[in-house]
Design a protein around this ligand. Structure first.
Ligand SMILES: Nc1nc2c(ncn2[C@@H]2O[C@H](COP(=O)(O)OP(=O)(O)OP(=O)(O)O)[C@@H](O)[C@H]2O)c(=O)[nH]1
Ligand SMILES: C[C@H](OP(=O)(O)O)C(=O)O
Length: 207
């Protein structure tokens, strides 16, 4: 299945600004993007990055600086279905997790994110439209119903965790073994246990 990977190359991961400066957010976002692209490649799927600005990565890049929803809906209209939309901040994703998305039946298959987002989609219905931000998973359920699209949902922690906030970084240190984790370790981040809970520290840096 063809995959679109939306990526904000201009101002990525602003919710991490308390622990990463501008350059660091650019570097970390690109490390997560590379891991997502690797997983898609290993799962045997061709990926195109739908980016707000040119970006160096191991996939073709389409630059579209319009808002996410507009850019994705137009990209869907321009391509034969099925198409998946896999977010570039799914640092825990693996080929097996992606297979669970692609193999789940439905005209529209959702991989919900924590907090109401839509971390990944598989679209097999030509009238379905995306509507990101806010509680997009609810909006996508409604949009599927509005066009009589059968809905599938993937129950996957590796697809369900996107890296938005500083508290999400522990998941990368614990469950990613690729570029995103290496980037955090090189930047001085460490996972530590305190009072039975895993926490992230960065002894020598911001955060
Ligand atoms: N092409 C495109 N991708 C976007 C846009 N906004 C977000 N994305 C990507 O969509 C995915 C999920 O969005 P967010 O979690 O909001 O990512 P983000 O905008 O980098 O993070 P914040 O600045 O903290 O909101 C990420 O992989 C982003 O890179 C956009 O306007 N255009
Ligand atoms: C793009 C957006 O990501 P979030 O802001 O929820 O991380 C969404 O999933 O609707």
């Amino acid at each position: 299945m063809q995959a679109l990977v939306p990526f904000d190359a201009r101002h990525p991961k602003s919710r991490l600004s308390d622990v990463l400066d501008d350059d660091e957010r650019q570097g970390f976002a690109r490390a997560m993007l590379a891991d997502v692209l690797d997983a898609l490649d290993q799962a045997g799927h061709s990926a195109t990055v739908l980016s707000t600005a040119p970006v160096e990565c191991d996939a073709p890049v389409v630059v579209d600086d319009r808002p996410l929803t507009t850019a994705v809906n137009d990209a869907l209209d321009d391509r034969p279905l099925p198409v998946s939309i896999v977010m570039a901040d799914l640092a825990l994703v693996t080929p097996d997790a992606l297979d669970s998305l692609f193999e789940t039946a439905g005209d529209v298959v959702l991989a919900p994110g924590l907090g109401g987002g839509t971390n990944a989609l598989a679209v097999r219905h030509h009238e379905f439209q995306v509507d990101y931000h806010g509680t997009s998973v609810h909006d996508h359920r409604e949009n599927a119903k509005a066009v009589d699209a059968d809905l599938g949902v993937v129950d996957s922690y590796r697809l369900g965790i996107d890296i938005d906030d500083p508290m999400d970084l522990i998941e990368v240190l614990l469950h990613n073994n690729r570029r995103a984790r290496a980037w955090l370790v090189d930047a001085g981040f460490r996972a530590e246990a305190h009072d039975g809970r895993a926490t992230v520290t960065r002894p020598d840096g911001k955060g």
